[in-house]
Design a protein around this ligand. Structure first.
Ligand SMILES: NC(=O)c1ccc[n+]([C@@H]2O[C@H](COP(=O)([O-])OP(=O)(O)OC[C@H]3O[C@@H](n4cnc5c(N)ncnc54)[C@H](O)[C@@H]3O)[C@@H](O)[C@H]2O)c1
Length: 463
């Protein structure tokens, strides 16, 4: 089938490649000319990297480009003309009030509608499939915008995306589920044909109404975000009680009704959970104002915001004051195996440390560039940015530092060369924001060790 994917970001690029990989012809479109040039240059061997970091993505992009099943373009009009299904995969960031900003989706809908007005011997009929995460009911808005632009026939399929960054290729090639919301049998059968190659991978395709499909995405992300908040609340209490949350979990996890988001940390970040829960709160405010349901959702965000700063008072107590101290921060991405730093615990930690008067030496295997860019946009931080530096390897920034904060579980951080770490640090202290190190080993090696859901270990102070 011929497909256009509008928006070539984390979702559009990976999903476009996955469709090409099962033998569909895919045109990936983006309005960002530099991004399309970057992708073309990569495919033609003029550069080695893609605009985003995702395991296995470079190989698949190259293979499908070489087989001429995948092309990149800025020409939305031509892509729409050539395609039976047009995916919308543009961003829906938060507005100030927490609602989803639909400006990009609306703009693309308008352009798609206008692009459908070409002359053809066959009647023009398209399925517009929406992969962007949009508030329930948005399908009507998209429908009306397109209908204003064209008299040609089309249907809207709401087809939310469930990939997780860092494992996006795997998730798209073997999706956990395929959700298609549409009121129209013809659109449903076209979407079924599109996804048919995935059926023999034991994936179920679920058909439902547009609004149900749009709601599936918010319900899924809010469940997961809520589980993270609950996990962290219990991990924080475990530490206060002298219990080790990792040990507690060994017992808790045996209950198969309990999910996978059970590891303690510095809160959820990324481009989805925070913004999607905020949007659901906004929708709840309109439809169920003043309810405990609304209060509950707000608490998920409040718990998470507090969790990102959970180490700060503990650090202030340990160091007496953070003013003038140099602290190394390992991790700026919101999870491992991605370069995405949006709303990450690492960025939050860097900001708080700078505002408290510390100087920060940060390191991340892939997120430094994006971190520098995002932090430099923050007006409040501008006077303090001279106290921030980025190291090019995980040990470089440790010299003269009085401690390390680990904010994300990159594999490199799980088992560093502790002898080198100890030699470089001015004070051997580690604040482990993902509870990934071994407290007993830390004590034996003479580190002061602080975790989220475990009692403190004073291997250095007590020695
Ligand atoms: N990132 C994830 O893990 C993930 C997972 C599931 C769903 N989603 C949802 O998918 C959507 C896209 O997310 P993303 O992370 O891929 O966003 P992104 O910011 O990485 O990519 C969006 C792309 O759309 C392009 N774009 C914007 N307006 C355009 C236009 N008028 N014409 C052509 N291109 C245009 C931008 O240039 C950008 O390259 C969001 O709604 C998000 O919530 C994201």
């Amino acid at each position: 089938m011929n497909i256009a994917v509008i928006g070539t970001g984390y979702v559009g690029l990976v999903q476009g490649v996955a469709f090409a990989d099962v033998n569909h012809n895919v045109i990936c479109v983006d309005k960002a000319e530099a991004k399309i040039k970057h992708l073309k240059d990569f495919c033609e061997g003029k550069r080695n990297d893609l605009p985003i970091l995702e395991p296995d993505l470079p190989r698949l992009v190259k293979e499908n480009y070489d087989k001429k099943r995948l092309v990149f373009s800025t020409d939305l009009k031509e892509a729409v003309r050539q395609s039976q299904i047009i995916f919308i995969a543009v961003g829906t960031p938060s507005n100030e009030d927490g609602s989803a900003n639909l400006a990009y989706v609306q703009q693309v809908a308008k352009e798609i509608g206008a692009a459908m007005n070409y002359s053809s011997e066959e009647p023009v009929y398209k399925v517009i499939a929406n992969k962007s995460t949009v508030p329930p009911g948005t399908y009507k808005i998209v429908h009306d915008i397109i209908a204003k632009e064209t008299k040609n026939e089309f249907d809207i399929a709401s087809n939310p995306e469930f990939l997780a960054e860092g494992r996006a290729v795997k998730d798209c090639l073997r999706p956990s589920r395929i959700v298609v919301g549409t009121a129209n049998a013809k659109a449903a059968s076209i979407m079924e044909e599109l996804y048919a190659p995935f059926k023999d991978r034991e994936v179920s395709i679920m058909f439902m109404s547009n609004i149900d499909a749009e709601m599936v995405k918010y319900a899924s992300n809010t469940y997961l975000a809520s589980q993270v908040a609950l996990t962290n609340a219990m991990a924080n209490l475990s530490r206060e009680l002298g219990a080790d949350w990792r040990k507690v979990l060994e017992g808790v996890k045996k209950d198969i009704r309990i999910g996978r988001f059970v590891y303690a940390g510095l809160g959820f970040g990324g481009s989805c959970f925070p913004k999607d829960v905020r949007e659901l709160i906004h929708t709840m405010e309109q439809h169920r104002p003043g309810t405990k349901d609304l209060k509950y959702l707000k608490l998920v965000i409040e718990q998470n915001d507090a969790q990102k700063g959970i180490f700060i008072p503990r650090m202030e107590k340990y160091y007496n004051s953070l003013k003038g101290k140099k602290i190394a921060v390992w991790g700026t991405t919101f999870k491992p195996e991605t370069d995405d730093v949006r709303e990450s615990a690492g960025l939050h930690m860097i900001k708080e440390l700078l505002l408290k008067g510390a100087s920060v030496s940060a390191y991340d295997p892939s997120g430094s560039e994006q971190a520098i860019y995002i932090l430099s946009l923050d007006e409040k931080l501008k006077p303090y940015l001279a106290r921030l530096s980025f190291a090019s390897d995980m040990y470089e920034g440790l010299k003269e530092a009085e401690g390390i904060v680990i904010t994300v579980e990159w594999n490199d951080f799980r088992n560093p060369d502790f002898a080198q770490v100890k030699k470089l640090l001015k004070k051997p202290a580690i604040f482990d924001g993902k509870d990934i190190l071994n407290p007993k080993q830390m004590e034996e090696l003479g580190f002061d060790y602080f975790a989220v859901g475990r009692p403190d270990v004073l291997g250095h102070t007590k020695a």
